[in-house]
Ligand binder design. Structure first.
Ligand code: 8ID
Ligand code: ZN
Length: 353
């Protein structure tokens, strides 16, 4: 039986960058021939959504804009060309809503690098609404045996940190430092790193995050960057021969830790830049970078295969990161807490409230 799709739905709408966010009723969109319509049940709130609202990046958003790109729900309609996804299937809206599938990047499974990407909650409306559209080729396939609330943060944060860990080149048994470990990406990075056989040094601040990281996330060591006198020394102390972690994932949202990571990463190690602070630069001394053979690289979400792999780790029960659920109507409060760095783990919104 075809699902009953309403004409109108609740959404959080940004009319103007940095302006008020209106919780209001808007029309339910209709999918094009290569698209599906997903009844979003839950959506994670990523710091990227906050950057988009504030206009932090050198890339304008569409306006008015419905943000959100960690939306998990149920497929309720599909375009005529869509054959491999059924009404009733569970699916997810991720950051990369679509790509051309024809450029040299798409052809080689590097679709996040496609020069004409479609970005959920940025260049097209995203998951902070009850019904969202995704390109069928790109929507995440979510198995029916996983809960739609807990899986939602995997759709950006999980995929991104899983990919970042692969890009880091760190191997099982080695040590990785996660900078910004107490936030949404960071808490998932700790879980993926452990599941991949890595030892984790977590860097962040605050007692809530310390408790979460040392407790349920089970990291090897927690370093409070606001309390320690010397982050570099503290991080290196935690590694076997005191030469530093084999890799560093930087998911923090300011510039300082990006530069600092180059000081404590082990010679031949890799610093993976993932966080996207506004107007920030990466800077490292040429002499040490050369003579210690250090690598700095960026990592940007993941491709469709990374998506399905990250979901499979979750389905197998290997990824358990804390999240709190609030109603979609309370999105602005989540942004406030995020801006203040008060969120340990991830907040997700329930679109029925
Ligand atoms: O594909 C990508 N590269 C990608 C994908 C998704 C998100 C990049 N991002 C970007 C977001 O746009 C954002 O810039 O990753 C960054 C982190 O997103 P998030 O995890 O959603 O943000 P959060 O939950 O606010 O966590 C940030 C954490 O960083 C800590 C904070 O305390 C917070 O827990 N932090 C900060 I700010 N400064 C720190 C420092 N100096 C720090 N932790 C350690 N050292
Ligand atoms: Zn995101």
């Amino acid at each position: 039986m075809a699902p009953n799709i309403p004409e109108k739905q609740w959404a959080q709408v940004i009319e103007k960058t940095g302006g008020p966010i209106d919780y209001k009723e808007i029309p339910v969109p209709k999918p094009g021939p290569d698209e599906v319509l997903i009844n979003i049940k839950f959506s994670g709130v990523c710091h990227t959504d906050l950057h988009a609202w504030k206009g932090d990046w050198p890339l304008p958003t569409k306006l008015p804009l419905v943000g959100g790109h960690e939306g998990a729900g149920v497929v309720v309609a599909r375009g005529d060309l869509v054959k491999d996804i059924e009404i009733g299937d569970h699916a997810g809206i991720k950051w990369l809503n679509g790509s051309c599938l024809q450029c040299s990047f798409c052809q080689t499974a590097d679709e996040p690098l496609c020069p004409s990407p479609i970005l959920s909650g940025y260049t097209v409306d995203g998951s902070f609404q009850q019904y969202a559209i995704g390109k069928a080729a790109h929507v995440a396939r979510i198995p029916k045996d996983v809960p739609l609330d807990a899986i939602s943060p995997i759709l950006c944060a999980g995929i991104t940190v899983y990919k970042g860990l692969k890009e880091s080149g760190a191997r099982p048994g080695e040590t990785v430092a996660i900078v910004g470990a107490g936030g949404g990406l960071g808490s998932l990075a700790c879980q993926y790193a452990k599941a991949m056989g890595l030892q984790v040094i977590a860097i962040d601040t605050g007692d809530d995050k310390k408790k979460m990281l040392e407790g349920e996330l089970g990291v090897k060591a927690f370093i409070d960057f606001a309390k320690t006198k010397d982050v570099v020394q503290d991080v290196q102390e935690q590694t076997e021969d005191k030469t530093g972690p084999n890799a560093v994932l930087v998911v923090a949202v300011n510039e300082g830790p990006f530069q600092q990571a180059m000081d404590y990463v082990r010679p031949r190690g890799t610093v993976v830049a993932i966080g996207l602070p506004a107007n920030a630069f990466l800077k490292a001394p040429v002499f040490q970078t050369v003579t210690q053979m250090k690598t700095i690289k960026g990592s940007y979400v993941g491709n469709r295969k990374d998506t399905q792999e990250a979901i499979e780790f979750f389905r197998r029960g290997l990824i358990k990161a804390p999240f709190k659920t609030v109603g979609l109507s309370e999105l602005s409060k989540v942004y406030e807490l995020m801006e203040q760095g008060q969120i340990a783990g991830r907040y997700i919104v329930d679109t029925s409230k």
